[in-house]
Design a protein around this ligand. Structure first.
Ligand code: NDP
Length: 280
C-alpha cells in the first residue's frame, strides 16, 4: 500500500515558514504586496482569488484587489498593469485566468513585468527556467517538486514521466524535473504506447485532465505517483486524473485528491511573492 504524500500538511509548513520570513522582513521595514486582478465574475475565479487573498492575510502579505467589470478593455487592463509594474510598493502582479474572450491572454501575460510575474507565465520566466537562469516558476509544478523533496524522494537519476504538455503544468514540470537531474519523458495525446512509457517511470506525474484515467495498469510496482488533476466525479466528489483506489495498491507514494497537489499551488504562489519582495 502506497504512503500518502500529504499536500495539506506540506503546504501548511511552507506557509508557516513564509509567515516567519515575512515577519522578519517587516521588522526590517520591508512589506510584501501582491496585486490580484480579476476581470469579470466567473464563480470559479472568484473562489480562487478569495483563496489567494486568504493565504496573503495568513502569511502577512498585503493584497491589493482589482475587481474589474467584464467589459474592461484590453487597453484599460494593460494600463492598470503598467501602473502596477511601475509602483515600487507592489512586489507581485497576478491576473486571474481565464480573462474574458475579448482580451488576449498572451498579450496580458507579456505586459506583466518579469520581475513581478509571480505566476511564472511570462515568456521571459519560462525561458529562464529552460536555460537554467533565475526567474519565477509556475506554481503547480513548483509545488510538485516541493512535495517530492519534502517527502525525501530523490529525483536525480530517476526515470520521470510527465503526462501532459500544457504551458502551465506539463512543460514547466518537465523542465523542473530535468533541472533536478531526473531523466524526463513527456507524454501527450499523440504519444504511442502510453502505458508502456508510463510503466518505465520511477516518478509518474499525471496532468492529463481526464478523470481517473490512469489506473494501476499504467504504473510500475513501487513508483511514485503524483496526481495534478482536479475533477468532480459522478457523485460530485473531488477526484484526480489517477484512479486512486487501484493505483495506491501498486505505488510506493501517491498524492490524494483533494489534499495533494492542490494546496501546494497557492503556497508556491506565496513563496514567489516573498521572493519578489526580497529580490526587488
Ligand atoms: P490541459 O488540458 O491544458 O492539458 C492536458 C494535457 O494532457 C495535454 O498536453 C494533452 O495532450 C494531454 N492529453 C490529453 N489526453 C491525453 C491522452 N489520452 N493521452 C496522453 N496525453 C493526453 O490541462 P492542464 O495541464 O491545464 O491541467 C491538467 C490537469 O491538472 C487538469 O485536471 C486540471 O484541472 C489540473 N490542474 C490542477 C492544478 C492544481 O493546482 N492542482 C493547476 C492546474 C491544472 P496534447 O497537448 O497533445 O493535447
Amino acid at each position: 500500500m502506497a504512503k500518502l504524500i500529504d499536500g495539506k500538511m506540506i503546504s501548511q509548513q511552507i506557509k508557516d515558514e513564509l509567515k516567519a520570513k515575512v515577519a522578519t522582513l517587516k521588522e526590517e521595514g520591508k512589506d510584501i504586496c501582491l496585486a490580484v486582478i480579476q476581470v469579470g465574475n466567473d464563480p470559479a475565479s472568484t473562489v480562487y482569488v478569495g483563496n489567494k487573498k486568504k493565504a496573503c492575510e495568513y502569511i502577512g502579505i498585503k493584497s491589493l484587489a482589482f475587481e474589474l467589470p467584464e467589459e474592461t478593455t484590453e487597453e484599460e487592463l494593460i494600463g492598470i498593469i503598467d501602473k502596477l509594474n511601475n509602483d515600487n510598493d507592489v512586489d507581485g502582479i497576478l491576473v486571474q485566468l481565464p480573462v474574458p474572450k475579448h482580451i488576449n491572454e498572451d498579450t496580458i501575460i507579456k505586459s506583466i513585468s518579469p520581475k513581478k510575474d509571480v505566476d511564472g507565465f511570462h515568456p521571459a520566466s519560462v525561458g529562464a527556467l529552460s536555460i537554467g537562469q533565475h526567474g519565477f516558476v509556475s506554481c503547480t509544478p513548483a509545488g510538485v517538486i516541493q512535495l517530492l523533496k519534502r517527502s525525501n524522494i530523490e529525483i536525480a537519476g530517476k526515470e520521470c514521466v510527465v503526462i501532459g504538455r500544457s504551458n502551465i503544468v506539463g512543460k514547466p514540470m518537465s523542465m523542473m524535473l530535468l533541472r533536478e537531474n531526473g531523466t524526463v519523458t513527456v507524454c501527450h495525446s499523440k504519444t504511442k504506447d502510453l502505458k508502456d512509457v508510463c510503466k518505465r517511470a520511477d516518478i509518474l506525474v499525471v496532468a492529463i485532465g481526464k478523470p481517473k484515467m490512469i489506473d494501476e495498469s499504467y504504473v510500475k510496482d513501487g513508483a511514485v505517483v503524483i496526481d495534478v488533476g482536479i475533477h468532480r466525479d459522478e457523485n460530485n466528489k473531488l477526484c484526480g486524473d489517477v484512479d486512486f483506489e487501484s493505483v495506491e495498491k501498486k505505488a510506493s507514494y501517491i498524492t490524494p485528491v483533494p489534499g495533494g497537489v492542490g494546496p501546494m499551488t497557492i503556497a508556491m504562489l506565496m513563496n514567489n511573492c516573498v521572493e519578489a519582495g526580497i529580490n526587488k
